[in-house]
Design a protein around this ligand. Structure first.
Ligand SMILES: [Zn+2]
Ligand SMILES: [Zn+2]
Length: 374
């Protein structure tokens, strides 16, 4: 389906975009149909559009007023989650994020809301795999942006439809794999080998004995362990462990990684094994600018009503949006939690949300443009 054809038949709104995007879920870095649709819509609306940002599937649309003023970026993520049957599904609601930003993009153009500075709309790939923001950074699209704002729909327990929080504090998340090398031996002669399985157990125990600043919410735990020589009468010479690390603070996360590496290497060395250390995925904790949070709060109140703006939300989840401020510290950032009544929870195979939330997200995007570029 091309947007150009559809536009003649039906006036596109947030539901039209959502209904279509929902039917073409694609996993991170493979958002080919999705990014083509997004780029098509934005070109039709008169934006200057860049595709394949950073050599990936990212799309950026620019509306330049030609007058001095700030450069504002609004970001939506595009990827779906892989499913057990090898397919994909929008279980994190990124289809809604794209639909809201596209519908806002249309109204922003029609109502000529960019009166000063420049607006950049970022449609980012691969949030779930944490590669997407880094690919956009590689493409240089952040270089001239001064204020960057993201938004995510929330579960019913956090924020209700018609409400939004001006800040959403995510945790830093890191996934680590440890590859242990010992020497395989016969079950009858274990003294001739070095058990990678025993080394793996020692590493888990050492990691569990590490202590961190108790004023910072953080935790570290082993999530996978594999050691198998393929038979019951041999001692495995190789093993792997994965760890999941969470921290509310980026400095504590750095310390956790450093200490886990030391504990793993030393625990393995204590019985003559070696431990290799690989960081699989990493997302920084929220880096949010207080003055932007304050302005977002004013926008939520003016667009959604006096009681709509609820206090900031804290989540143990991760969000790769924070690579932007982590890699460009002078960037001012904000992150909005939008009430969507998502149930039973994000990433659940049965995840669904109340679509009445979508027009509220459109209003907030427009409100931000009026506030910063009006
Ligand atoms: Zn997700
Ligand atoms: Zn998400």
């Amino acid at each position: 389906m091309s947007y150009a054809r559809e536009k003649e038949e039906i006036m596109a709104d947030v539901f039209t975009h959502f209904n279509y995007l929902h039917t073409i879920p694609e996993i991170g870095m493979k958002e080919f149909k999705t990014s083509a649709y997004v780029a098509d819509v934005l070109k039709q609306l008169g934006y200057e559009v860049e595709t394949q940002v950073g050599g990936a599937t990212g799309v950026v649309a620019v509306c330049d007023s030609g007058k001095p003023g700030p450069v504002l970026g609004l970001r939506a993520d595009m990827d779906a989650l892989g499913t057990k049957d090898g397919g994909a599904a929008h279980l994190c609601g990124h289809d809604g994020h794209m639909a809201m930003l596209l519908a806002a993009a249309e109204e922003i153009m029609e109502e000529k809301l960019v009166r000063k500075g420049k607006l950049k709309l970022l449609f980012q790939p691969a949030e779930e795999t944490t590669e997407g923001a880094l690919s956009m950074l590689k493409g240089g699209v952040i270089d001239d942006i001064e204020i960057l704002i993201g938004m995510h729909g929330r579960p019913i327990q956090e924020c209700r439809v018609g409400e939004a929080a001006p800040a959403l504090y995510y945790s830093a998340a890191t996934h680590v794999r440890i590859d242990i090398t010992g020497v395989q031996s016969h079950g009858a002669r274990p003294y001739l080998g070095t058990s990678a399985l025993d080394a793996a157990c020692l590493i888990v125990q050492s990691a569990n004995a590490l202590r961190f600043n108790s004023n910072v919410v953080c935790n570290m735990k082993a999530t996978q362990i594999h050691a198998d020589a393929g038979v019951a009468n041999a001692v495995p010479g190789t093993a792997t462990i994965t760890f999941d690390l969470r921290s509310r603070d980026n400095d504590v996360m750095e310390l956790m990684i450093q200490k886990l590496r030391g504990a793993a290497e030393n625990a393995a060395a204590s019985i003559g094994a070696k431990a290799g250390f690989t960081i699989l995925h990493q997302t920084p904790a929220s880096i949010i600018t207080p003055e932007i949070t304050e302005i977002i709060g004013e926008v939520i109140t003016s667009e959604l009503g006096e009681k709509a703006c609820i206090p900031p939300i804290v989540t143990a989840g991760g969000e790769d949006f924070f690579w932007y401020p982590k890699m460009k510290p002078e960037l001012k950032t904000g992150f909005i939690a939008l009430g969507e009544d998502a149930e039973p929870g994000l990433h659940d195979p049965a995840m669904h949300f109340n679509h009445d939330a979508l027009p509220y997200g459109v209003k907030i995007h427009k409100g931000l443009v009026k506030k910063f570029l009006g």
